[in-house]
Ligand binder design. Structure first.
Ligand SMILES: [Zn+2]
Length: 82
């Protein structure tokens, strides 16, 4: 597993926070910690990722109870959910 194999996507909905995209799944930042929870946590999915202070993934629970969402990268570099 690549320890830096993820992308951080700035969110417009929540100022200062970022979405983490890893292997096609997205995670939202918990408070302003280095914990990221699956975007579909409300559905009961408990997958989560923890980053080290240098930004590498030190922990990843990727037992999603759902399929990966479809995101498309725009030429501007933004992502949109399909
Ligand atoms: Zn999930």
């Amino acid at each position: 597993m690549g320890r830096f194999d993820y992308k951080l996507i700035p969110t417009t909905r929540c100022k200062g926070k970022q979405l983490l995209m890893h292997k096609g799944f997205t995670y939202y930042q918990h408070m302003f910690t280095r914990f990221f929870y699956c975007s579909k946590r409300k559905t009961g999915c408990l997958a989560r990722i923890k980053l080290d202070s240098d930004g590498s993934i030190i922990f990843a629970d990727r037992n999603h109870i759902h399929g990966a969402p479809n995101y498309m990268k725009l030429p501007s570099g933004d992502y949109v959910k399909l």
